[in-house]
Write a protein that binds this ligand. Sequence first.
Ligand SMILES: [Zn+2]
Length: 193
Amino acid sequence: MGKTVHHRSDAALGRRGFMRKLGAVGLGLAAARVTLAADDERRTLSFVHTHTGERLTAVYYAAGGYSAEALQQVNVLLRDFRDNTVFPIDPKVLDRLFLLQSECGGSEPFQVISGYRSSTTNAALRAKSTGVAEHSLHMEGRAIDVRLAGVATAELARLALLQSSGGVGFYRVSDFVHVDTGRVRSWGDPIDS
Ligand SMILES: [Zn+2]
């Protein structure tokens, strides 16, 4: 009897061990698939700057990482066009735009109203209009003001809010959306009016 119990126990253990092994193999395959997807992924963004007229299409993420070369091209396009200061733009800002573009579909470039702003420019803008923050995230390369041809700006703002991954400001009259990588918050005109 004791022997039988012993054998059963062995068999049960063996089966459990086998299942564990299967599970591990399954997980390994899943992980491999995820890695492949990440390695394959390319994130492309197109811009046209409304003030300078400059255009850029950049594959800013490929082969599992951000492209330093493409990011530099983006930094130049998104420079402070008033005093030509180039500043590194937070790639997470680009990711927010990339997600918006993916959700909206189409291949129209983002129309850039404002990217990086030097402290001098920010102070000058603040002096002549309300609604410019004293410590704007534009001064840290962590904010951008855009619109997208073919997509209502209110819709763009709504989608940006759904991302829940930073700030969103909606400016109906000026017709642009501000997105940044600061804390999740929103301001500006009501989206549903
Ligand atoms: Zn802004």
